[in-house]
Ligand binder design. Sequence first.
Ligand code: ATP
Length: 517
Amino acid sequence: MTQEEVFKTLVAHAKEYGFIFQSSEIYDGLSAVYDYGQMGVEMKNNIKKYWWEAMVHLNDNIVGIDSAIFMHPRIWEASGHVGAFNDPLIDNKDSKKRYRADVLIEEYLAKLEEKMNKEVEKGRRKFGDAFNEEQFRATNPNVLRSKTKYDEVHARMTKALNDNDLKELRQIIVDCEIACPISGTKNWTDVRQFNLMFSTQLGNVDGGVGTIYLRPETAQGIFVNFLNVQKTGRMKVPFGIAQIGKAFRNEIVARQFIFRMREFEQMEMQFFVRPGEEMKWFSQWKQTRLAWHKALGLGDEKYRFHDHEKLAHYANAATDIEFEFPFGFKELEGIHSRTDFDLSQHQKFSGRKIQYFDPETNESYTPYVIETSIGLDRTFLAVLSSSYCEEALEGGETRVVLRLPACLAPVKLAVLPLVKKDGLPEKAREILDSLRFDFNCQYDEKDSIGKRYRRQDAIGTPYCITIDHDTLEDGCVTLRDRDTMVQERIPIGRLRDIVEERVSMKPLFKKIHKICG
Ligand code: ATP
């Protein structure tokens, strides 16, 4: 299957099994907005729990908040979003399609990279064991030609973005002969800036109306509550404030399913540190966050850091944790050293003193901030896409299985009576009732046992138990493992502990804690 086909299959599967639906589907849908279905919401809640507990419960010095989506409009002036939260856009005059100019150039660069990698693979096949990749990259004329082009375009793009030079961005697109993927033509408009914030009107008591914004990030809700939390929680620097919540961006290039949405959810943590110590914390948080991702077991090779060439106006260091989605390596989480920009700006705009008195140094200062900001929906997509698997079984049969990390699976245990009679359903329900306080369980008595297993495989349920006639005699059930399909006979009394051990988040937390603690 091509990458595109894999992705299409995944989107169809997500819909068929109640993970994700297009928003407003019966009205032909609302673009780049999605609803989570009965399975999706369970998995999303599990991801939130994994993040929240790892952040807030595992760290003595991190606490959580839940701030409102609506905030005073001056906040977005102070943060720089009103003036500078823009994307550079370009339209193709023939297809009338709109693109982010920087994304078009990045895609061009990715193609050059792919070309170089293909050349290297060709060399590897040709030279076999004697192949020296470093030497090959340094001497092969085809690779060198692409590399020179890559470096030149990359440097021009970085400079144009840093200088906010829209004419130059367009010129790069023209010089690289980048064509619109829809019309195939190079008939481009000028590049313009487009603000990404959604606005709405708030009625005032005096009858007037004011413009307010739907928050484009959750971070500002944390900054404006810095003093509240620090004082009431008696927090001492270094400390962090975490939050999970909705954010809204009027994304123009809104494709790739839940990767880029107009309404999405972020899990953000702002860590306040002494000025001058931010680089130490920046590198520590890079390691901690990578460990959190890797503990999920989706494959260490699927993650990489990508340091930013263009720093945002507030940052003195920034990196992305990228994940290998079906459409390539893309940003999953951002880690930014935000200096004292946000707190200083809010001090300036609100007129309130926002400082911290450090009892160890006897000094007052504006803390510096390390931010970790991860998209909940993108994490969902990362988990879903890397878990989807079509498997050939013995006897020519196939099965679709979601090899989800067990702790994130929507349903942990399916309870299946072998037949719908002879007291088996009653026994199954009795077992279900004793386990529903511990796990999200599902009862299913319809169709053959094979079909029921397939349904559970397709939603990623790690364990199924079957209740058969022997169960009534020996008090044992058959426990089937989703991944190995191995079946073991287990006494009912031991079920809870066995399943608990296998679906718990605890081993993951211990792993992270060991690496980072
Ligand atoms: P991108 O470069 O992909 O637009 P960004 O750098 O603007 O992302 P941040 O502002 O750093 O993103 O936001 C932090 C995280 O929020 C991102 O790493 C991503 O996981 C998530 N995120 C940002 N925009 C969206 C979106 N439109 N839809 C879904 N998730 C998003």
